[in-house]
Design a binder for this molecule. Structure first.
Ligand code: PEP
Ligand code: MN
Length: 348
């Protein structure tokens, strides 16, 4: 537990009162190690609240001096970097919308050259591991050594209860490629308060090195991300409800989860291939029906099976497995073609 980095604070720094009250309450929670606060907010539509800018940095610095909490904010342009450094922000994060753009990432890396401030790199909004890795490489080349990853979930095309789908295998793969701490931003993954506990526990089970959680003294009145923010009091209860496992067992879980994710992907490919094979087989059935050819052509099948067994052996697969799998596939195919012959099924 003592190793975990807990970053908490409002989505946006809104006013002096709001950030001071939130910071003071958070400072009472021993596990909280860092105070977050957005100063420049990337908004989907114009005319929404876009952050307090430089004025907010004055308040964030005041909150740091009052509470002793280290601070972190998002930077998206070289001007943001310059101002954040001017106001003694202790660490920076690069937002998901910025990481998708290599030009922006490069500008930030250039702006930070010569400093070694801790930089936390969020995953890009799209599930693109290389884009995330590329951002790390740009900062590494600029000489920054204190780099961490923040997993905040990914835009996903399917219905899901999450605001940003976790796709845990991607951050796991990142940490297998790069030796960097991984922080899980459960607030932006969930997008609501209800899923925070289970998602934070899942992250800890997969050996995350810390959590980022948005906290506000009055979440319902928040100017940004009100639905997902919790009060410092709720944060205290949330942290108390979580099981922080030993790093070792966590890493075993994390490696296993990565491999299981891969198996799931392979199974899904197998299913799609099987479905495609059945479809083509049905088209053959139609053709045979039109041309009065018999369904089963034993000689052709025996030859195909023998070829598959030989090819499989070359890939280290046992003849028993290949025989079983292809006999089952073939059987299903024959049955389907048989139904087509009997006119019970049409192929379109
Ligand atoms: C945020 O942390 O408030 C934020 C805007 O994050 P992200 O870049 O993950 O959307
Ligand atoms: Mn937010």
């Amino acid at each position: 537990m003592k190793d975990s980095l807990i970053i908490a604070g409002p989505c946006s720094v809104e006013s002096e009162e709001q950030i001071m009250a939130t910071a003071q309450a958070l400072a009472q929670i021993p596990q909280v190690t860092m105070l977050r606060g957005g100063i420049w907010k990337p908004r989907t539509r114009p005319d929404a609240f876009e952050g307090r800018g430089e004025q907010g940095l004055v308040w964030l610095r005041e909150a740091k001096h009052e509470t002793g909490l280290r601070t972190i904010t998002e930077v998206a342009t070289p001007e943001h970097v310059e101002l954040a450094l001017k106001y003694d922000v202790d660490a920076l994060w690069i937002g998901a919308r910025t990481v998708v753009n290599p030009f922006s990432v490069q500008q930030l890396a250039d702006a930070l050259k010569g400093t070694d401030i801790p930089v936390f790199i969020k995953n890009p909004v799209s599930p693109d591991l290389n884009l995330w890795l590329g951002a790390f490489e740009r900062f590494q080349k600029a000489g920054l050594t204190q780099l961490s990853a923040i997993h905040r979930g990914f835009v996903y095309y399917k219905e899901s209860p999450y605001r940003n789908y976790p796709m845990w295998e991607i951050p796991i793969e990142l940490t297998q490629r790069l030796n960097v701490p991984l922080i899980t931003d459960v607030s932006h993954i969930c997008g609501n308060r209800e899923l925070l506990q289970s998602t934070a526990q899942k992250a800890l089970d997969l050996a995350t090195d810390g959590l980022m959680i948005e906290c506000h003294v009055n979440p319902d009145a928040a100017l940004t991300d009100g639905k997902q923010q919790i009060t410092p009091e709720e944060l205290m209860q949330l942290l108390a409800s979580l099981t922080f496992r030993s790093k070792q067992s966590g890493h075993v879980e994390r490696d296993l989860a990565g491999l299981r994710g891969e198996i799931d992907d392979i199974d899904s490919e197998l299913l799609q291939l099987l479905a495609r094979r059945m479809e083509v087989s049905a088209q053959i059935g139609e053709y045979k029906k039109r041309n009065n050819v018999t369904v089963v052509q034993m000689d052709r099948w025996k030859k195909i099976l023998a070829d598959h067994v030989a090819a499989g052996e070359g890939m280290g697969l046992s003849p028993i497995l290949i025989n079983k799998v292809f006999e089952a596939i073939h059987q299903a195919s024959i049955e389907r073609q048989g139904r087509i012959m009997e006119n019970e099924e049409e192929v379109h």
